[in-house]
Design a protein around this ligand. Structure first.
Ligand code: MG
Length: 295
């Protein structure tokens, strides 16, 4: 099932729905006012072992082309958890450029306020950054509380998947002594979507093409099979020490082909359109648009 958060044609915000053919069907739960339903709440109700109540279709439906898709989940239980350098070739290109070898992927987070919708604009403010870069990533959505989960059972805790572009301001990330959090958390730096596809429709998350194009030119083209920590290992490793909650977003790292490691380096400019695609999951498309400078 493909689950969306959307504005209906009347502009009513944050409807939760499922895509059925060419339509979006609004979802609800018996006994729960539809207005109070968020994607996180839906995941909590649906995926919890003692609840297991599935959402039901309401009689509200719209043509897919008449709604505006928002970020499929905008209220995760915390910042987006990210893996850095989780593909060997990307780790190598980073090491060539930055001179720092790493033996294992690193974990960091992006502020949840950086999340934007699948077709929203990525703000460009040259007074903040002039080195805005792309990172195509498969994002995992956790379905139920995961604590000290073994690798073998880890995928049972996945609710679904979405597409994420880990937009990174390299001059901030590598400046000021190293600022992953701020450099990757600018407003608009986390486009996701267009939907959450439930895990049952992604039988093998380690065999998906990962592609990114800027103005139609391919910049990244790899496969999730080349992850160092696969999805199960990400969940097992993280949950050894920290509890993952329903709705948690985990960005699983980007493959080779980012802008800063190119010769010469390439960065996003106002007017660019970035398409991020995960095979079998979906494609998001975001224009880079100049905004009022910060004071
Ligand atoms: Mg990344």
């Amino acid at each position: 099932m493909r689950l969306v958060t959307y504005l209906d044609p009347g502009g009513s915000p944050h409807r939760i729905g499922a895509i059925e053919g060419s339509e979006v069907v609004r979802l609800g739960f018996p006994g729960l006012p539809a207005e109070t339903l968020s994607m996180r709440r839906l995941i909590e109700l649906w995926a919890h072992p003692s609840d297991r109540s599935k959402p039901v279709a309401t009689d509200e439906r719209h043509a897919f082309t008449d709604v505006r898709l928002l970020a499929p989940i905008s209220d995760p239980p915390g910042n987006v958890i990210c893996l850095g350098r989780n593909y060997a070739e990307h780790a190598a290109e980073s090491a060539r450029t930055r001179g720092e070898e790493v033996a294992r992927p690193t974990f960091f987070t992006k502020a949840l306020t950086s999340i934007i919708g699948p077709y929203d604009d990525i703000p460009y403010d040259a007074t903040l950054t002039q080195e805005l870069d792309w990172e195509a990533e498969l994002a995992v959505i956790i379905g139920r509380e995961a604590k000290k989960v073994s690798r073998d059972e880890a995928l049972e805790f996945v609710f679904g998947y979405t597409v994420l572009n880990d937009i990174s301001a390299r001059d901030i990330q590598f400046g000021y002594g190293g600022q992953y959090f701020y450099g990757k958390s600018l407003d608009g730096a986390c486009p996701i979507g267009p939907w959450i596809i439930t895990a049952d429709e992604v039988p093998d998350p380690q065999n998906l093409a990962v592609k990114l194009r800027v103005d139609g030119v391919t910049k990244q083209d790899d496969s999730t099979r080349n992850m160092i920590f696969d999805v199960a290992e990400c969940i097992a490793t993280l949950s050894r020490g920290l509890t993952l909650l329903p709705g948690q977003i985990i960005a699983t790292g980007t493959p080779v082909g980012v802008g800063f490691a190119r010769t010469p380096p390439e960065y996003l400019q106002p007017g660019n359109v970035v398409e991020t695609e995960i095979e079998g999951v979906g494609t998001i498309r975001n224009a880079v648009v100049e905004v009022e400078p910060a004071n």
